[in-house]
Design a binder for this molecule. Structure first.
Ligand code: HEC
Length: 149
């Protein structure tokens, strides 16, 4: 590409705006906090704030981001969780507010685990995809979901 004059060297007003927009999008995608899949070195020291299950809430939160749940669900306290394809998961651990999961099975921790590991086996034809979670990953995600009161 041939560029002439000073405009070729400095970002013009249009490019400047584009860069700003991209930066804003990136910030929004990260929820403003630099949370990545990289383990936080302090993490092991924090007690798991779960409902007593075997899972690790902090790891569950990272999986909720890395496995793509955030693309489809709003979830409290998870940066970037703003998807609207699936239901808002706020209150999913409150069985008085959510008696059933996906309108199909009773809302219990066991069923929550079955659901996140294989939604199709629970409710054939559901729009939620199977995300190939290992048993450990499912435990961690359920531990996180159990904090969504
Ligand atoms: C492609 C979009 C998509 C992705 C990705 C996705 N879900 Fe869902 N999820 C849905 C939809 C749609 C439903 C509603 C299913 C139904 O009612 O048949 C749902 C339902 C649920 C429910 C039950 C909600 C209720 O109110 O009963 C839970 C819990 C849930 N998802 C958790 C997760 C978790 C955890 C992940 C990541 C491992 C995830 N979802 C990934 C789309 C998605």
């Amino acid at each position: 590409m041939i560029r002439t004059g000073s405009r070729g060297r400095m970002a013009g007003p249009r490019e400047g705006l584009l860069v700003l927009t991209l930066a804003a999008l990136l910030l929004a995608a990260c929820g403003g906090a630099p949370q990545t899949g990289v383990a936080n070195p302090n993490q092991g020291a924090q007690p798991a704030a779960s409902g007593g299950g075997p899972g690790d809430v902090n790891n569950g939160r990272q999986l909720f981001q890395s496995k793509g749940c955030i693309a489809c669900h709003v979830a409290p306290g998870v940066p970037g969780a703003s998807g609207t394809i699936g239901p808002n998961l706020t209150g999913i651990a409150s069985t008085t507010r959510r008696r059933e999961l996906a309108g199909a099975i009773p809302n219990t921790p066991e069923n929550l685990r079955r659901w996140v590991q294989d939604p199709q086996s629970v409710k054939p034809g559901t729009m939620m995809p199977k995300l190939g979670l290992s048993d450990k990953e499912a435990d961690d995600i359920v531990a996180l979901l159990e904090t969504f009161k």
